[in-house]
Design a protein around this ligand. Structure first.
Ligand SMILES: C[S@@+](CC[C@H](N)C(=O)[O-])C[C@H]1O[C@@H](n2cnc3c(N)ncnc32)[C@H](O)[C@@H]1O
Length: 298
């Protein structure tokens, strides 16, 4: 049995409805996806062991994340708003709360090959980031979380001696330290809006952080101030994705582009990945979540 199959059958025992959703999600994927998933999951199993955990623990975390999302989704369907509006409140209840943050991050890590939007957005990064490899001497990741993008960046950006990974949550930093080759990374525990640095960066990655702040234009302006004039930024953010730590609601891709334009960035290339089997336009119309990713320049 493959590791992916093993995970889905364990999920099935605890949450059959969700297992059905995962099976549907991956049913249309080709052998290349399945091979990549298996390779990722082999490394992932080693990470769990290094972290002193096992697959049952990871699945327990993942299903707690799914329960939280279900609760937030039910609220969202009636209110049409995210349940959080205060960054300070989310910081105290979630980022600064090791118990919640541990299962939340472990759950998101396992979602990498169970949610097609997470898989495809990483593929988009892996295909396009190498175009900027030659002129990248230093690298910052904002809200690095579990470290999936960071891990890939360490492989891709061979000219970078030291990677900086910043996160507001100590729990995220601890998980990322186990997930990546941390000898090459300077970890910074800080709110990005309070981060001051003499140098500017050639490349900045910020996956799924824009929806975590009250003022996304202010956050992108902060990134601009940290980016060198010829630098590149890669961002991702979802539309209509209620979660325990999401604050700013983007209802469609145009709202995201508007925020990007207002902050003074230009879009080089972009991708939209619906979380269900439909076009991005249909998903926006129906209020189904779409993951948006873009490479930006000043
Ligand atoms: C959903 S996770 C994203 C993880 C990863 N970047 C990815 O794309 O999968 C969001 C991360 O951003 C961090 N974060 C949220 N607000 C932040 C802020 N103002 N400054 C720094 N990190 C922040 C959280 O602690 C969490 O680790």
């Amino acid at each position: 049995m493959t590791i992916l199959e093993d995970i889905i059958s364990r999920v099935e025992e605890l949450n059959p409805i969700h297992a059905k959703k995962i099976r549907k999600n991956i049913s249309g994927q080709n052998q290349e996806f399945l091979n990549k998933a298996e390779n990722f999951l082999k490394d992932y199993m080693q990470f769990l062991t290094k972290h002193g955990k096992d697959l049952d623990y990871a699945i327990d975390c993942y299903l707690k994340l799914i329960d939280d999302m279900l609760y937030e989704t039910i609220r969202f369907m009636t209110s049409k708003e995210y349940s959080n509006s205060s960054f300070q409140d989310v910081n105290t209840r979630i980022y600064d709360n090791p118990e919640v943050m541990e299962y939340h991050m472990q759950g998101l890590l396992l979602s990498q090959f169970l949610w097609i939007q997470h898989y495809k957005i990483l593929e988009f990064f892996l295909e396009n980031a190498p175009k900027h490899q030659d002129k990248t001497g230093n690298y910052l990741e904002v809200g690095a979380g579990h470290g999936i993008f960071l891990n890939s960046a360490i492989d891709l950006f061979s000219k970078v001696d030291s990677f900086t990974a910043l996160d507001i949550s100590k729990s995220s930093i601890e998980i990322a330290k186990n997930f990546v080759d941390s000898s090459k990374v300077r970890f910074v525990h800080s709110d990005i809006l309070k981060f001051e640095e003499q140098d500017t960066f050639d490349f900045i990655t910020m996956g799924e952080v824009l929806e975590h702040v009250e003022n996304p234009i202010g956050l992108l302006e902060k990134l601009k101030s940290l980016l060198n004039d010829n630098g590149i930024t890669f961002i991702t953010t979802p539309t209509n994705a209620p979660a325990i730590d999401h604050i700013y609601l983007f209802r469609n891709a145009e709202e995201i582009r508007e925020v990007i334009r207002k902050s003074g960035f230009q879009i080089i290339s972009e991708i939209q990945v619906p979380s269900e089997d439909m076009t991005a336009e249909e998903a926006h119309e129906k209020g189904i979540s779409v993951m948006y990713g873009a490479f930006l320049k000043k």
